[in-house]
Ligand binder design. Structure first.
Ligand code: ZN
Length: 323
């Protein structure tokens, strides 16, 4: 199946969100950001002291002023328009003011695994999810053209990780294409629990009928059965899910699901091991329907995936600010 092909470059040669490779660009941009206001202040000081106003170059005063404002470029939430964080525009490394998630732990769970299709025996074994037993993991879906859900989830996870790290968060992925299959859903939950994550998001895309469109966020029901006890985290997870749904809709400009959730973009379930076994706030997001051609056109676009990651990031930031 298409899942087993070699991983392609998810960004494409002209994708403006391709991660930067230049180590030079960031320091240069920071230096310019520091020097420009410095030069301006220096020129103003020169003017105030009776200078002619021509050719003011900042001088030592300007340099001091520049040092004082060098942290001015903000990268906090809400300062970047949705989709407007091309490499180079958010240039400053996180400072204390611009890193609101310092000390916070976020676990990103990229749904499925690109290699699951080659390990159907292993992923088919049953694991205990509290309410019942279920397959360890599944292969996931794909677009009609063969772009797999697992490839999609990993790409969005990488984009989201970058955005959250810029906010100062400690970010952990449950898998990074670095294991032969899985992990199983119970282990996926355990990774978030063990990390004492402040928030966990499990990224997916749906495989529904053509014509079914839009995203939905899946919230854990308050479950208390066997090893599952989500009673303490169902409420916070709902808060997290609502914020992610709202920011995802705004950032991507896409609508909530037209086939599940009654237009709210929110669905509560008690049959997902990854949610049932979580002891920390956690939601799933189904970003769209891979089997619908219009949704597939979005899901296969790197520009759209960046907006999707941006929306998730903003929702997580909002949640962690309020917690
Ligand atoms: Zn999935």
């Amino acid at each position: 199946m298409s899942y087993s092909g070699p991983p392609s470059d998810p960004y494409g040669p002209s994708d403006p969100y391709r991660p930067r490779r230049s180590r030079l660009r960031r320091p240069l941009t920071v230096a310019l950001a520091a020097l420009v206001p410095g030069a301006l202040l220096g020129w103003l000081a020169y003017e105030a002291l009776g200078g002619t106003g021509s050719g003011g170059d900042g001088g030592p005063g300007g340099a001091r002023a520049g040092a004082g404002v060098s942290s001015a470029p903000a990268s906090g939430p809400g300062t970047a328009a949705a989709g407007d964080d091309r490499p180079g525009t958010l240039s400053a490394p996180p400072s204390s003011a611009a890193a609101p998630l310092t000390g916070k732990v976020v676990v990103i769970d990229p749904g499925h695994n690109p290699a699951n299709a080659r390990h159907t025996g292993e992923i088919g074994r049953q694991v205990d999810i509290g309410t019942n037993r279920k397959e360890c993991d599944t292969t996931g879906t794909a677009t009609n053209a063969g772009y797999s859900e697992a490839e999609f989830t990993l790409d969005v996870a990488h984009r989201l990780r970058t955005l959250l790290q810029r906010q100062g968060a400690t970010v952990k992925l449950t898998q990074d294409g670095d294991r032969p299959f899985g992990p199983c859903v119970d282990e996926r939950a355990r990774i978030g629990n063990t990390a004492h994550a402040d928030a966990v998001v499990s990224i997916h895309a749906d495989g529904s009928a053509a014509g079914n469109r839009g995203f939905h966020v899946i919230l854990p029901a308050a479950v208390h059965a066997g090893a599952a006890d989500t009673r303490a985290v169902a409420g916070p997870s709902k808060d997290l899910g609502k914020l992610i749904a709202s920011d995802f809709a705004r950032s991507t400009g896409t609508s909530a699901s037209n086939y599940i959730g009654d237009g709210t973009g929110l669905v509560t379930r008690r049959d997902l091991g990854g949610l049932n076994l979580s002891t920390v706030p956690k939601v799933f997001i189904e970003c769209g329907n891979m089997r619908d051609s219009k949704d597939a056109a979005l899901l296969t676009s790197g520009v759209w995936r960046q907006k999707a990651a941006q929306g998730m990031s903003e929702g997580i930031v909002s949640f962690l600010h309020g917690s």
